[in-house]
Each structure stands twice: as structure tokens, then as C-alpha cells.
Design a protein around this ligand. Sequence first.
Ligand code: SF4
Length: 455
Amino acid sequence: MSDSRSGSSIGAGLLSLLENFGEHSTSRQLYALANHLDGISVETFRKTFSAVRKRLKSTLPNIAGSAAGRQWLAEHHASYLDYDVHTALLSLAILQADSGWTAPDSEPRAIGFRNKQCCGPKSGHAPQPRKSLVSRAYKLSQATARHLADDSASTPPDALEFRESECQDCPLNVDRECRGCGCLLDPNWLNQGKLRWRSEACPAGRWARHNDTRRPLINPTRNLIFHVYPLKGAEWNWHWHLEQITNYAPLFNGKICIGIGTGPNLASPDVVQSRLAGVPVSDWVIKPNTKQMAETSTFVDLLRCVKTDDPNAITFRFHTKGVTHRRDGVEQPWARMLWETNMDISSVQDALESHVVAGAMLSREPLVKRNRGGDFFYAGSAYWFRSDVFQRQWDTYEKNRWWVEYWPGAVASQREAACLCHDFVEGSVLSKEYFEKEVMADWNMWRIARGLPVQ
Ligand code: SF4
């Protein structure tokens, strides 16, 4: 590469590096990588690359030149070229952190899970394929950028202990390499390993990324607030939701508060209450249903039931999702996914240590393109929140059914929101096709990481 090419793409810079690498298979992967990288001048990249390489060389043994180094390479199935690939990717990570530059996200986010053929039999226990070098290097670049942006903070000891215990029995932990993302879990020649960087998160949601706001929950009190729309003819839906409440009731050691809509074509509150006879419901909020308000009609009253100053209180909020939709519609598996991922209490509580709200299917954009309800929402309106919200404007609301979905964005910022499973792809609309292609992949990874069969 020459200075006269300054201003051309970073991809050209990498291609130039390949001149030294010959026809090794790794170089073909680098060629593929080079095609993804645009927007940084060659000269900027060269300077960063040289600085990073010099730093690495001064702190690491010559990988290929020592017996220990060769053994490491053999153990990690690595090639000598990994060294330059990682150097290149670390350089990019630094540039990302410094300039806000982002590589196009053309790498599939969960290789091997979006393509069922790569997942082996649907047992949930089949060995998972190792990620490609490009995929691992690309993830490393992103992780390094996050770590640098987090002032290179280490994971607090007690959080590290939790991460270790979660990875310990995870089927995606293969020889201390996470097959969900391709990262090495333990300290290695490049970094301290995925577990020890505070800014990292488990790709299957078993443990969360942390930040300066972290406050461990101590013997947390767990509440449930739930709105039932007992539509006649859709018992297959709301009976099922009541069964979930019954099954998961032991997880809630605080209050269980149930809202019920009343009106024409709805089963009476007595019928709903009798189906929850085995559940220790602490509060009932019964309100006439209107099409405009729907689940918002009981929402603020339900919040009032669990209002507390206890900093260790957390609450889960949900409703009879899918009750007004078809039985074969996407809303039904969507509701199942929301229940399942939100009831994995250990991961929920870990996420809430550094976040005010947590839920699955976090969309990092406004629900509607207007300046209301914040800049994120949980698609499907199933979410947990810490009692911190009661120090904020928790009880103001708009008179429409969408307020329950706006609410997390109204009481918390996107930075305070954790995603338990499936970060919504920006600009997407949830359709059956989107659910099957995007959500199922992440939900299946979530399930495999817990030893459950894929759906
Ligand atoms: S999926 Fe999560 S729990 Fe499993 S090995 Fe990877 S980081 Fe650990």
C-alpha cells in the first residue's frame, strides 16, 4: 500500500497485507473480511496497526518462535496468521472506539443457529460447530471496542463468579471457548477472556454486561403484575396464560397482582379468579375494558400495588398476549418465548443489577417515530423493572392501549435497558417471517445454552 492510496478503503489496506500471506486458507478468510471494511483511510489503519503490533510483540512471546507458542497454536487450532488477523482486528477495534466508525454488520449474528443444518440434530445437546476465524476475529473487534469504551473495566469478583458458574454447565462451552459467539472464556494471549471484561454479555442471555451503575440485588422480592382479557372463544389462549401464572407462581415471593377486564363477550372475573384458585393472589384490579385502553386500563393501579421503596424489589409485567389474534398466528409462539425467557430468574436478576428494566425482544428505537415513550421498547410488553422506577414519573400515562409498551422507555433510558433474548433488528416489523428467521434463531440459542431442545 502506498500513501498515494490514502483515503481508499480499509479493505484495500487488508488486501495489501495479504501480499505477504500467500495462498493460505486463512488469507482467503481475510480477503472475505477485507470486503466488509470501508470508511477508514489506509494511512490511519497502517499507523494503528503498527502501534498495536508493536505493543503486542513487546508483551507477548513470539508465538511461532517458541515451543510454548507453538503448543498454544496447536491447542487453539490457530494458525500463525491469527496473529496478524487479530492485530488487524484489534486495530480496527481501537479505531472504532476512537472515531465511532462501525463495520457493516454483514456477518450473520449467530452463525450456526440461523441455519438449522449447522445445528445438528434437534436434541439441543449436539456439539456446536466452531466459528470461522473471520467470525471470531470480527466478534473480537467488537468486544474490544466495547471494552475500550468501558474504560477497560474488569468484571467485579462476585459477578465473575456468577459468570463462571453459568458457563460451567453450558452446552455451548466447548473446551472453554463459547460456541455461541466464538470467544475464549479464559485469559489468553490476546486478552483476559470474555468472562473478565465487564462490558461483555453472554450471547444466550445467561449473564449480562455490567456497568458503573451495578448494584447487586440482595434477597430480592419478586412481584408479578398481569392483565387478563378473558375473551370468550379464546380460552385456548387466556387459560394457557393462567396456567403459566400458576406454574411460575412459586418464583414470585412478593405480590401477585392480577388485573381483569370486564365487558360484553368476556368471561366474568369469578371465572378468572376460580382458575387461579391455587395462586396466592394478593391484589385484584377489576376494570371495564375499552378498545382504546385495553391493558392500560389496569396498569397504573397494578403498579400502585407493587410500589415500594425497597431497593431490592423487582417486578415482572405481562398480559394475555395473543388473545385477540389467531391461534396459528405469530403472537402465540411469541408469547411462549416471552414467558420462557423472562422466567429464567438467575439471568433476569443478573441483568437487573446493572439495568433498571429488562426483557426479551428489545427494540432500540422508538415505538413510533415521535418523541414520546423514549427511544426503545420491548416488543410484546413483557418486562421486569427495579423499584427505582418509583423514584421517577411512573404513574403518568396516555389514554391508549400502547402505553404499557411505551412505559419502560418513559421511565428508563436505553442505556438502562437490558435484553434477555433477541435484540430486535432495527427498522423491522414483527411478522411471522421475521419471527421464524430472526427470533427463533436467538431463542434456540437461548434454549441450547440451557440444555433444552430447539423449537
Ligand atoms: S453461551 Fe453464555 S453461558 Fe454458554 S459458554 Fe457462552 S458465554 Fe458461557
